[in-house]
Design a protein around this ligand. Sequence first.
Ligand code: NAD
Ligand code: 44H
Length: 383
Amino acid sequence: MQALHFGAGNIGRGFIGKLLADSGIKVIFADVNEKIIDLLRSQGSYRVKIVGDNLDLVEEVNNISAINSKDIDGLIPLFTQVDLITTAVGPNVLKIIAPTLAQGILARLAQGNTRPLNIIACENMVRGTSFLKEQVFAHLPQEARASAERLIGFVDSAVDRIVPPVQADEADPLLVTVEAFSEWIVDQTQFKGEIPTIKGMEKTDNLMAFVERKLFTLNTGHAVTAYYGKLKGYRFVRESIEDPEVKAFVKAVMQESGAVLIKRYAFDPQAHSAYIEKILQRFANPYLTDEVDRVGREPLRKLSYNDRLIKPLRGTLEYGLAHQNLMRAVATALHYRNEQDPQAQELQHYLCAKGVRATLQKYCELQEEGLIEEIAAIYHEIK
Ligand SMILES: NC(=O)c1ccc[n+]([C@@H]2O[C@H](COP(=O)([O-])OP(=O)(O)OC[C@H]3O[C@@H](n4cnc5c(N)ncnc54)[C@H](O)[C@@H]3O)[C@@H](O)[C@H]2O)c1
Ligand SMILES: O=P(O)(O)OC[C@@H](O)[C@@H](O)[C@H](O)[C@H](O)CO
């Protein structure tokens, strides 16, 4: 079996590509980073370092190749050969690769290929593959849509493994360092044809519970660790979470979002509490060098209506639950500054020009006057 994987970055190489290759699947990486592609192609392998307590393991990933995703002439024929397409490019890039996917699907259909093809977006996003499907279908002519619907499975998933950016290592530029923990859960109801056997890929018919549990616990807490840590002058996630004040705040936020999840999905409160504790330990992993700016990246995405801060906050309103810490988390995120991050720049310009209330309306799509006033008051108090 062959798979085409878009995005040879941290998660692409350190998680999804590795699981696929470990399961005997030939993985073809497609990326816009020419340097990475050249190296992957010339080496035909790369190494993954897995770190944790009493663990310092280096594993080699073989049976791979790579192509520049801008090389359309080389890329499109691959769509007729593979049985699986995965992505780890970032939520904002899905709409950029959608036209290419549509072109590839059309080539496959034109060839009369009736083998099922499954596509899985592995992004931090609720139902990211369904979003990708909408984007791809928008580029398919009407007459191709019924066949695509019948033959192409768009499978939503939840992905969890902390993989910080690659440290510059001249001796081994492809090396990725990852934590031992990993979780990849797919919606088994959305596959076409036989579900491939991939070690480490778990199947469920209740994906939303897993996606929200992960995004609104780990990623909510991670974002707060980054934004509060940045405000306190920390550079690394570990330094930030080791500050007792940050840790207490992060835990309180995760408990508030947890109350929403427990109510919505009937999770066992004790098991959820253990899940939170385990996540706090993962943030403090002494073997990972993860910067608050990576975790806080793209704050407008993180502050959007369905993402890790606002959706849990909306959940507390829906169920009449406490939300003081979530409001403070949003106010803290609004203070995020990073000159290298265009979204952080846009956020600060808008805040400066229009003020906090207009910012909450525009980017978070909040409408509740009382809530907006309370967050604005906390924002100014933090200032
Ligand atoms: N790093 C983590 O800890 C982690 C964990 C779970 C989920 N995720 C999610 O995985 C996704 C990828 O994150 P990452 O940390 O690997 O990011 P990354 O920046 O390391 O990797 C993204 C890769 O996509 C490539 N890319 C960009 N535009 C492209 C295009 N048009 N075509 C092909 N490739 C393109 C980039 O060159 C880069 O190599 C994100 O959605 C992220 O939220 C990350
Ligand atoms: O990738 P983002 O920008 O959505 O979020 C940053 C981190 O919280 C995230 O990458 C985590 O490390 C990851 O989700 C762990 O599974």
